[in-house]
Design a binder for this molecule. Structure first.
Ligand code: GDP
Ligand code: MG
Length: 162
């Protein structure tokens, strides 16, 4: 069966934009408001001739106990059913308490993880990305999901974990 990559992160960090970038289509719903992805969550992607399944965990509606609980529940479900985790952080914001909570979930799972420092649209954002070494998940890959910057290196790193 195809390996599964769970895309995990707070609302608005750019998960859906990144999924669109990786699958090369405009299918995942992208909105400016947090938590608005409401359509498909499973996608098929190919990179360097290898196929894998992507799960956008922001696509699940489990908004019962408030935002943080929702994010955690989505992440936990996604991580459980995945072979590897793509953890997306907004590098322009930096690591928040919610991000730290997600790191704990990911660590607990023991699943391999790739850290995406998103919204690094230009060279000046590289320093923001480097700050995310502090999360302890290894190398932060600076990416602009919006413009495609860094997405090739990110995909290479993902395939190494799948
Ligand atoms: P999600 O909630 O994590 O799925 O985030 P979305 O993909 O819906 O994106 C949230 C907002 O961030 C949208 O306005 C996107 O256009 C914007 N965004 C996503 N990726 C980037 C990026 O690489 N650079 C910038 N500048 N904006 C981005
Ligand atoms: Mg989304």
């Amino acid at each position: 069966p195809m390996p599964v990559l769970a895309v995990v992160g707070r609302p608005n960090v750019g998960k859906s934009t990144l999924v669109n970038r990786i699958i090369g289509r405009r299918e995942a719903v992208v909105e400016d408001k947090p938590g608005v992805t409401r359509d498909r969550v499973q996608y098929e992607a190919t990179w360097n001739g290898r196929r894998f399944r992507l799960v956008d965990t922001g696509g699940w509606e489990i908004d019962v106990f408030g935002l943080d609980a929702m994010v955690a529940a989505q992440a936990e479900l996604g991580i459980q059913t995945s072979d590897a985790v793509l953890f997306v952080v907004d590098a322009t914001v930096g690591a928040t308490d919610t991000d730290e909570a997600l790191v704990k979930l990911i660590r607990k799972s023991g699943k391999p993880v790739v850290l995406c420092a998103n919204k690094v649209d230009g060279l000046s954002g590289e320093a923001d990305a480097a700050m995310l070494w502090s999360l302890g998940l290894g190398e932060p890959y600076p990416v602009s999901a919006l413009h495609g910057r860094g997405s090739g290196d990110l995909l290479d790193a993902i395939l190494d974990k799948l």
